[in-house]
Design a protein around this ligand. Structure first.
Ligand code: HEM
Length: 545
């Protein structure tokens, strides 16, 4: 078929599909939700262009935990935050709900055909080889490394602050946190020092800087419609178009890919050689290369897949943690009393360690800090950096519900029939604000909820791997780095709060929760400047109790 015939064929097929979907009537049409104001965009503008979470919180309040809304061309889509329905899609159904094809493309472009991209058998095979690097003992072993990465950043800050007249300085937190967590992932995952904290011209640090905001922040109406159109294209054509798309956003992603691929290739070959010489190390990539070598040939990852896993780890394990840390510090400048209490808790733990004759905190010290643990949980609940998961039903299915819904025709549904091809948006942020689980004050940042008996309910569903939150997803595609993230967050929080006091700047009230694949802080009216959270940092008062 020549290209014009091919395109005409696709257009006709897309029109027939849209017509079929729009005229098809079912009980799904009667699920409550907002009305659409645009045929081309449906409600996608409200959902994807607003500040992160705002639209879905208001829909959740008005319509409940399953909301019908319109995607482009009048097609129904569902926003789901009901615990049982989420558990069914993420855990019970196995691989029967798959990622949207056009969204999977984001993963291929940013990290290749690795774990975030792979499906079913390929995903199972890749995950099996990855898992040995991510157990509890492996994560705990990284504490000294994380403390030392945090200490490098705090040394740089101390030097800068000491040279200031008023002994304080305004730092753009996401920029520094992103570099420090890149160094942490580099050393923990690959035993490789990217040197991004010390060198702000570092190639990889610069390439990843602001990739999320530049490539995925504030999508225009046109790009939302284009993204919706992509679902009608055959995969090969979609990949071709993305690989050759001349837009600034896509060119930026290709630049990151080039730099990261070069470094990843070199690392995979160094690790493989070290393993052959019997000099394998304990970093995650060495464990991965070792686990791969021990697999039967059918289960093994190819060199390309190994390279992709490295990019997956940088992508999934770097900006997620750094932005969570930025949101934590943001909350602490808004709650100075909480900041003070946390510092007192850290000081008490440091005293205990020093009575033991140790200058550095151990895992048991971190485990003995209830307020720090609660504050990190609350930050993960309140500011989940991954906001949405997008899934399509591969076959007809029935979604069970925790809370029955009443249709616009007055029918009460305790489960919802979902035909093959149904597309749903799983709302991590709305689930994390569920009042039945987290209390009537779910929309308030309140770490103490985790310390008060009965404030957080267990519910009838166990969803994510941590604290029954959806933040790390759940089931067979849940985050494999969550233990790693928790220890890294604790290490950075302890080091930074022990040494510094954080306070607001004139920009703090203008901070936006920018939905850019990962939720990053930006400043109202300055979104084009990328991730920004300027906070004033001074030395922490000594001897505070
Ligand atoms: C606060 C920090 C983090 C958050 C909120 C987070 C959240 C998530 C979420 C929601 C997913 C599911 C994505 C999807 O299905 O499309 C995921 C997957 C993943 N995460 Fe994390 N993550 C964090 C830190 C990390 C770290 C530190 C690592 C690695 C060191 C990591 C590695 C991964 C990998 C490899 C996957 C893909 C798992 C799979 O598809 O089987 N993450 N993460």
């Amino acid at each position: 078929m020549d290209p014009p015939t091919y395109f005409i064929g696709i257009t006709i097929a897309a029109c027939v599909y849209v017509l079929y979907k729009v005229t098809e009537s079912s009980v799904l049409d009667n699920i409550p939700g907002p009305s659409s104001t645009s045929f081309l965009l449906g409600n996608l503008g409200e959902l994807m262009q607003n500040q992160a979470g705002l639209t879905e919180f208001s829909w959740q309040e008005t319509y409940g935990d399953v909301v019908k809304f319109k995607a482009s061309f009048g097609i129904n889509r569902f926003l789901i935050s009901d615990p049982k329905a989420l558990q069914h899609i993420l855990q019970t159904s196995g691989y029967r709900w798959v990622k949207f094809q056009e969204r999977k493309e984001f993963s291929r472009m940013t990290s290749g055909r690795g774990l975030l991209w792979a499906d079913e058998d390929a995903h199972k095979r890749q995950r099996k080889v990855m898992l040995p690097g991510f157990g509890t003992p492996e994560a705990k072993n990284f504490l000294p490394l994380f403390l030392s990465c945090a200490a490098s950043m705090s040394q740089r800050w101390s030097d800068i602050i000491s040279s200031e007249k008023d002994q304080s300085h305004v730092f753009n937190i996401p920029e520094w946190a992103s570099r420090a967590t890149l160094d942490a992932i580099g050393q923990a995952a690959f035993d490789y020092n990217f040197g991004a904290t010390d060198d702000h011209e570092n190639e990889l640090g610069k390439a990843y800087q602001n990739m999320f905001v530049n490539a995925f922040g504030s999508p225009s109406k046109t790009s939302l419609v284009m993204l919706e159109l992509l679902q009608f294209l055959p995969l090969s054509l979609m990949e071709f178009l993305n690989d050759n798309n001349p837009s600034r956003r896509m060119a930026g992603i290709r630049k990151v890919t080039k730099v990261a691929n070069g470094i990843a290739k070199e690392l995979v070959s160094t690790k493989s050689e070290a393993l052959l010489e019997g000099k394998g190390k304990k970093d995650i990539m060495s464990l991965l290369v070792k686990a791969n070598a021990g697999e039967n040939p059918k289960g093994q990852l190819s060199e390309d897949e190994l390279i992709s896993q490295m990019r997956v780890l940088i992508l999934a394990g770097h900006e997620t943690t750094s932005n969570t840390l930025a949101w934590l510090l943001y909350e602490l400048v808004r709650n100075p009393e909480l900041q003070r209490k946390l510092r007192a808790e850290i000081r008490a733990a440091e005293k205990v360690a020093s009575l033991r004759g140790e200058s550095e905190l151990k895992i048991q010290d971190l485990e003995g800090m209830p307020l720090l643990g609660a504050t990190i949980r609350e930050t993960l609940r309140f500011h989940p950096v991954a906001l949405h998961l997008f899934r399509t039903a591969k076959e007809d299915d029935v979604l069970p519900l925790s809370t029955p819904i009443t249709t616009t025709h007055g029918e009460v549904l305790t489960e919802i029939p979902m035909p093959k091809g149904s597309r749903v948006v799983l709302s991590i942020s709305a689930y994390n604000r569920n009042k039945k689980l987290f209390g009537e004050d779910a929309h308030v940042f309140n770490p103490y909820r985790w310390l008060e008996a009965g404030h957080v309910k267990k519910g009838n569903v166990s969803l994510g791997p941590f604290a029954n939150l959806a933040t790390f997803s759940g089931g067979n595609r849940s985050c494999i780095g969550w233990r790693f993230a928790l220890i890294e967050l604790q290490a950075f929080a302890v080091e930074l709060l022990s040494n510094f006091e954080f306070s607001a700047t004139s920009k703090t009230e203008k901070i936006r929760r920018e939905a850019a694949l990962a939720m990053v802080p930006t400043i109202e009216g300055e979104v084009e400047n990328g991730a920004q959270l300027p906070l004033r940092v001074a030395f922490a008062p000594k001897g505070e109790e």
